[in-house]
Design a protein. Sequence first.
Length: 151
Amino acid sequence: MLLKPLVQWVHVGSVVLMIGGFFFFRVVLIPIANRFPDSKTLIASALKRFSAVVWTALLTVLLSGVYNFLSFFRTARRTAAETGEADYSLYIFVLAIKFFIVFLVYTLAVVLTFPYPVFEGFQKKPTPWLNLTIILGLIIIFLSAFLRRLA
């Protein structure tokens, strides 16, 4: 009884912390850091430190998302068996779109925070990628709210 709301809280909280952190970087830290001569070092150091938050959030979102996914479909199957009718086609369509956008955000989060030479170009000029990550994150939050109303 308490597990479902707890998992939902962890799921939503992790998404909010991660997207909020990226928003902070883009809107607060980068503009302030760019006023100083060694802004690249500050931004790189902050992203390195923030990566622990991002990776923890990615893991908790993944685990809690799998739980939510299985829980929803278990309930949907039970409801369909009891009532004999259930059309979840819109729900599944929106969920598929959300999963695709989540995949993009995961990819951008890895590219922006993983210390690998291939990603240095993205990490040295993170502004457009942070913009994209924030926009996609807000779309995910909207789709989540929409799905909650469909369930």
